[in-house]
Write a protein that binds this ligand. Structure first.
Ligand code: NAD
Ligand code: UGA
Length: 469
């Protein structure tokens, strides 16, 4: 039986390994992590992450060929293939701070693999890493290898949160990069055989190591750039009377452009787009390509501009003062169908409103009060370090109340602000909400989920992204 061990039981390691176990009954999969609470949660009824379809898959395989453990060294030692899916945050200090990827967690995993291994292994980069990371990892592994052979592969993950299970079951492609040597090709084949249990062969792409590493950064940069492009257009739409939904539809009808990923919003969030683009920018700068770095930096600048623009619009619409006004925030997760708040635009918007002394009443169906309080009191980039995965008592932001119902959040509020596109926000009883709000009652729709005209008929003043007022 082939044995797989995955270091890192997070949003990628957990679901990815669950699907491998589900599709490959002949493979034993152990997911290991240094975080005791995370592993305990994976072994409990309440999984540590909310992802549609994940529960069923985990419960079907757990204890059969899928295991979660904190005994990292034992399972790495026994494995034939070791995936490394640890976090690769943005550096917060030192050389490249605020841009470069912090490979501390990756390096410590690689050193541990080198130390505990007693047999040859394939080591798979699952985390998103800077191009050429495999070269550094190879040096660490071979330096300590005691004659043991390691083959490094790059196998970046393209799943999106909220649709992770579907993305893993039906991936657009699986990408495997390896050395162009007979041993490298053999390792590629071994990993290909794992995915071939359910992914059609023509969708498994193989490349050299550097192309695979760079393709992941490039894919995220292209995706984020589409959002910044449509968000830039949304500002122009508001200035001219065009409607960004109509513009995006017309543009996306061109088969060369395509209709997906053109929804204007308050800005993109999530743990990766910003981090990976900053990383790309840093790599360009280090390679003497400042113009290329500037080009990609602009994607982030537009995203920040969009979040600021939204806050400014709220404050200016509400007569230039929101001091002590109650504002209901509907949705805090960075997108629907996840409880993940990493880099959610809601953090920046809420901090902007708090800066103007508003009182916030926040409702999200999947995000806990602890998490929201922690996010609003934490420094930028600090969230992606394992310390913060442990429960801790956060500083409470006093002007913030977290409630478990949209009606409670909006009661007596001056303004209502939608920051995540949860389906339930489309079907709320907006007449009831209007009746219980202060007047004039404002709606600021950061995700274009409500029908502005219907809400105006009720009596609301409505601002939607990129749409005529
Ligand atoms: P995560 O923070 O949810 O999980 C990482 C886990 O690694 C944590 O539980 C942490 O405790 C553990 N860890 C860190 N150092 C360790 C060590 N030395 N030994 C054992 N465990 C260790 O992160 P994630 O969202 O799963 O992302 C992981 C990587 O995958 C990142 O590089 C990210 O860019 C990439 N990625 C993420 C997504 C996504 O949707 N979240 C998608 C594609 C790629
Ligand atoms: C993204 C990519 O889609 C995945 O392919 C990639 O594997 C992953 O990053 C990663 O490397 O972490 P994810 O961040 O989970 O996945 O979710 P997305 O669906 O891409 O959404 C990202 C952000 O963009 C969200 O805040 C979302 O609301 C926003 N978005 C998305 C828009 O504002 N408009 C759109 O049209 C699409």
């Amino acid at each position: 039986m082939v044995k797989i061990c995955c270091i890192g039981a997070g949003y990628v390691g957990g679901p990815t390994m669950a699907i491998i176990a589900y599709k490959c009954p002949d493979i034993e999969v152990v997911v290991v992590d240094i975080s005791l609470p995370r592993i305990a949660a994976w072994n409990s009824e309440q999984l540590p992450i909310y992802e549609p379809g994940l529960d069923g898959v985990v419960k079907q395989c757990r204890g059969k060929n899928l295991f979660f453990s904190t005994d990292v060294e034992k399972h790495v030692c026994e494995a034939d293939i070791v995936f490394v899916s640890v976090n690769t945050p943005t550096k917060t200090r030192g050389l490249g701070a605020g841009k470069a990827a912090d490979l501390t967690y990756w390096e410590s995993a690689a050193r541990m693999i080198a130390d505990v291994s007693k047999s040859s292994k394939i080591v798979v980069e699952k985390s998103t890493v800077p191009v050429k990371t495999a070269e550094a990892i190879e040096k660490i592994l071979t330096h300590n290898s005691k004659g043991i052979k390691f083959q490094i592969l790059s196998n970046p993950e393209f799943l999106a949160e909220g649709t992770a299970i579907q993305d893993l079951l039906n991936p657009d492609r699986v990408l495997i990069g390896g050395r162009e040597t007979p041993e490298g090709q053999e390792a590629i084949k071994a990993l290909k055989d794992v995915y071939a249990h359910w992914v059609p062969e023509e969708q498994i792409l193989t490349t050299n190591l550097w192309s695979a590493e760079l393709s992941k950064l490039a894919a995220n940069a292209f995706l984020a750039q589409r959002i910044s492009s449509v968000n830039a257009m949304s500002a122009l739409c508001e200035a001219t009377g065009a409607d960004v939904t109509q513009v995006a539809y017309a543009v996306g009808k061109d088969s060369r452009i395509g209709p997906k990923f053109l929804n204007a919003s308050v800005g993109f969030g999530g743990s990766c787009f910003q981090k990976d683009i900053l990383n790309l920018v840093y790599i360009c700068e280090c390679n003497g390509l400042p113009e290329v770095a500037e080009y990609w930096k602009q994607v982030i600048r537009i995203n920040d501009y969009q979040k600021n623009r939204f806050v400014n619009r709220m404050v200016s619409s509400m007569f230039n003062t929101i001091s002590n006004k109650k504002i209901a925030i509907l949705g805090f997760a960075f997108k629907k169908d996840t409880g993940d708040t990493r880099e959610t635009p809601a953090i920046d918007v809420c901090k902007g409103l708090l800066g103007d002394k508003a009182r916030l009443s926040i409702y999200d169906p999947q995000v806990t009060e602890d998490q929201i309080q922690r996010d609003l009191s934490m420094k930028k980039f600090d969230w992606d370090h394992p310390l913060h995965l442990q429960p801790m008592s956060p500083t409470t932001v006093k002007q913030v109340a977290v409630v478990w119902d949209a009606y409670e959040a909006t009661k007596d509020a001056h303004g209502l602000c939608i920051l995540t596109e949860w389906d339930e926000f489309k079907t709320l009883d907006y007449k009831r909400i209007y009746d219980n709000m202060q007047k004039p009652a404002f709606v600021f729709d950061g995700r274009n989920v409500v029908n502005g005209d219907e809400l105006r008929n009720i009596g609301f003043i409505v601002y939607s992204i990129g749409k005529p007022l």
